[in-house]
Design a protein around this ligand. Structure first.
Ligand SMILES: [Zn+2]
Length: 54
């Protein structure tokens, strides 16, 4: 079986404020350091979430 190039992998989006993994997303490897502003249910606010490998 040939390995797929640029296959997306599953990452958690971890809140930088409270450290909760609030979201799961699929990203390509080159985006592993990605940061996104997302709603955090813990703080009930928009917070930066960092992509972290599952
Ligand atoms: Zn949070």
């Amino acid at each position: 079986m040939a390995k797929k190039k640029n296959a997306s992998e599953v990452y958690y989006l971890v809140c930088k404020d409270c450290g909760e993994a609030n979201y799961v997303t699929r990203l390509k490897k080159e985006h592993k350091g990605l940061e996104k502003k997302k709603y955090c249910p813990q703080t009930r606010n928009q917070q930066l979430h960092k992509a972290k490998k599952t």
